[in-house]
Design a protein around this ligand. Sequence first.
Ligand SMILES: Cc1ncc(COP(=O)(O)O)c(C=O)c1O
Length: 376
Amino acid sequence: MTAARSIPLLDLRAQHKQIRDEIVAEVTRLIDSQRFILGEEVAELERQVAGYCNAAYGIGCASGTDALVLALTALDIGRGDQVLTVPYTFFATAGAIADVGAEPVFVDIDEDTCQMDVEQVEAALNRYPRVKAIVPVHLFGSCVDMDPLLAVAADRGIPIVEDAAQAIGAEYRGRRAGGMGAIGCFSFFPSKNLGGYGDGGMLTTTDARLAERLRALRVHGSRRKYYHEEVGFNSRLDTLQAAVLLVKFRYLDVWTAARQRNAERYRRVLGHSPAPVRFQAVPPFVTRHVVNQFIIRAPGRDALKAFLADRGIGTEVYYPLPLHRQPCFSTLGYREGDFPASERLAAESLALPVYPELAEEDLEAVCAAIRGYYAG
Ligand SMILES: Cc1ncc(COP(=O)(O)O)c(C=O)c1O
C-alpha cells in the first residue's frame, strides 16, 4: 500500500524552487566573472556566519569534516593525543580525530536528550590522561549542556571544539552553538539547515591567533603565497558555494521557524495518540532547538521504518552503528555494552520528515501511518 503521494525525508527541490531565480543570477554572475577561489563572497559569508554565531571570526573551508580536522590541527592535536567525544554522532566527528593521528575516546550520551552526558566527562578525563581536546556534538540541532562542560575543561586547560555541524543558530542559554568553545565547526552539506549545492564548511572562533592559523592551514599552511611555515591542507570553501549560501542564509531563520513548527506539530499530534513513541527531550537550557532532524524513539523501529516506506514515507536511522562499534575503530578495544545509551538510541531512533516545506497534511499523514502501525 502506498500513500496518495510519496513523502520524502527531505525535499531539497521544494526549497530550491523558492530561490531558484536568485541562485541562478548569483551563480551566473560568478561564472561570468570566472572568480572561483575565495574572494568577496567567501569573506562576506564568513562575516555573516561569525556574527550569527556570536564569534569574532569565521573561516570557510571545504566541509564540516575538514573544519574538525583543521580545528584539531590548529590546536596542535596529533599522534599520541586522545580526544574525548561521543559514540552517537555522524562518523566524521571521530573520523576527523583519527585523521589527525589522535585517538578518539568516548563518553556516552544522555539517552533522553541524545547529547553528550557531561556528568561522565570528569571521570573520563581521569581515565584518559592524554585527552588534549573535547568535541561535544550539538546533535540534531539541539545543544550539549555546555556550562558544566566548559567548567571542567577550563579547570584542566583542555580546549573545546564544538561540532555544530547540525546546529547552526541553536542556542544554549541564549548563546549560539559554535560560539562557546575555542572553535566551532559547521557543515554546509546539503541536508543541513544551511546547506550548499555541494560540500562546504565553516570554522568560528573569537581567538585572533587561532583564526589566523586556521586561515593559513586551509591554504597549505601558507600566509604568503608560495611560503609555508607548516604543512596544511587544500580546504577552501568554493566561491560558488559561498555565493549560493549567501542567498540561502537570508532565509535561514524563516526555514528554522518552519522546522520548529513541524516539530511542535509532531509532538502535539503523536503525543496525544496511543502510539508508544518517545521524543528527544529538550531541556530548558536549550533555548533554541533548530531541528535539523526530528527524532522519535520507536519500539520495533526497523519494522516501523519498513511499514512507512511501503506507504511512500521516507525516514532515516541516525545512526545505526555507534562509533565504538565501527569496524575501523575495532583496534580501540571497545565492546558491545560499553555505551548502552548510544546503543539503545542506535536501535530505536528514527528521523521523520521535518523539512521546512513539508505540507501540514503530509505531516498528518506521517502521524496517521505511525498510529496505524501501532494500532496493528
Ligand atoms: C555531527 C556532524 N559532524 C560532522 C559532519 C561532517 O560534515 P561534512 O559532511 O560537511 O563533512 C556532519 C555532517 O555531515 C555531522 O552531522
